[in-house]
Design a protein around this ligand. Structure first.
Ligand code: FDP
Length: 318
């Protein structure tokens, strides 16, 4: 077996950059431990609850953020942390060349039902500022805390999957993964159908029409509602994930966050041969205007994403 350390040492990247990824892997292994035992330790994942001793509990996403921050502070090569849990970027007093943007616990509304959640992260050159396009990412990854803890990583050219072993090391379980070009599985929250734009409506209607409709094949729908779980399924067996702009999210720019959700997932998917778009633009080309900016997200198997892009191309922007 190849451990994460062996694999990182063999990558043609700056060893300091590799150390940033190793730091996020270590933080993820600690978060996996906390989540695994959370129901026994009485952690509900909800803020404002008290434990059996009557002590105030921190929400699991706050605990996860603390774990990440704690590990980041120990790595002198990381000088800035942007986190979904923190309003402002944290500037750490060192000369570290790297910035980490993270959603420390994504999908947290699934915590109480023991469904896969995850930690997503993106690594940028800290000397180039907070608001860089996703194409400038030096590395990206996520940990998926499911039946197994998976760590999925890219330095921008290929995507590899590791699995957390019983002794706390990550073992390489799939190198150079590819997202199937064609697929018939789509993921979207259909409860929002009344809010969708014409392009989303058109694409989904074709899928629902099945083999006798314009898509010419029967589609299936899967929506975990935890982005890490949905994207992990798509990376492993193909498919498309859509959280498009709709009449409710339009005022905020979208639902999901650009810096620590859309960008890292887009880099992972594209490095595995898939596509990513807002519908009208490649996600990785967007220049952020704020650290917590939201964007529409459509990514996955190239042929399915191209079908959605074709719908947007023939639908005028609002
Ligand atoms: P959550 O709020 O539980 O953290 O990041 C936001 C996110 O989950 C994604 O993981 C998930 O894909 C999405 O929200 C689900 O949104 P809906 O509840 O609107 O379906």
């Amino acid at each position: 077996m190849t451990t994460l350390s062996d694999w990182l040492a063999a990558q043609p990247v700056d060893p300091k950059l590799a150390s940033v990824v190793a730091t996020m892997a270590t933080a993820s292994a600690e978060i996996a431990d906390v989540l695994r035992l959370a129901p026994i330790s009485g952690q509900t994942g909800l803020a404002g609850q008290t434990n059996v001793q009557g002590e105030a509990q921190k929400a699991l996403d706050v605990i996860s953020n603390d774990i990440v921050l704690n590990h980041i502070r120990k790595n002198p090569d990381i000088s800035i942390l942007v986190s979904e849990e923190l309003d402002e970027a944290v500037h750490i007093e060192n000369q570290g060349r790297f910035l980490v943007a993270t959603d420390p616990l994504d999908g947290s509304s699934n915590l109480d039902v023991n469904v896969t959640v995850g930690t997503i992260f993106s690594v940028l050159d800290a000397t180039k500022g907070l608001l860089q396009p996703g194409s400038a990412q030096l590395a990206a990854g996520y940990a998926a805390y499911g039946p197994a803890t998976s760590l999925v990583l890219t330095f921008g050219t290929s995507t590899a999957v590791f699995t957390l072993d019983a002794d706390g090391t990550f073992q390489l379980t799939l190198d150079n993964m590819t997202v199937a070009t064609a697929s018939a599985e789509y993921a979207i929250n259909t409860a929002r159908e009344r809010l969708w734009d014409a392009a989303t409506r058109g694409y989904v209607a074709e899928n629902v029409a099945g083999e006798t409709g314009p898509a010419g094949k029967r589609h299936n729908m899967r929506w975990v509602g935890s982005m890490v779980a949905d994207i992990h399924r798509i990376l492993m067996r193909g498919g498309i994930f859509l959280y498009p702009l709709d009449s409710e999210t339009i005022s905020k720019g979208g639902r999901l966050r650009l810096l620590y959700e859309a960008n890292p997932m887009a880099l992972l998917v594209e490095a595995a041969g898939g596509r990513s778009t807002t519908g009208r633009e490649r996600i990785l080309d967007l220049v952020p205007t704020g650290i917590h900016q939201r964007v529409p997200v459509i990514l996955g198997s190239a042929e399915e994403v191209a079908r959605v892009e074709a719908w947007y191309a023939k639908t005028p922007a609002n």
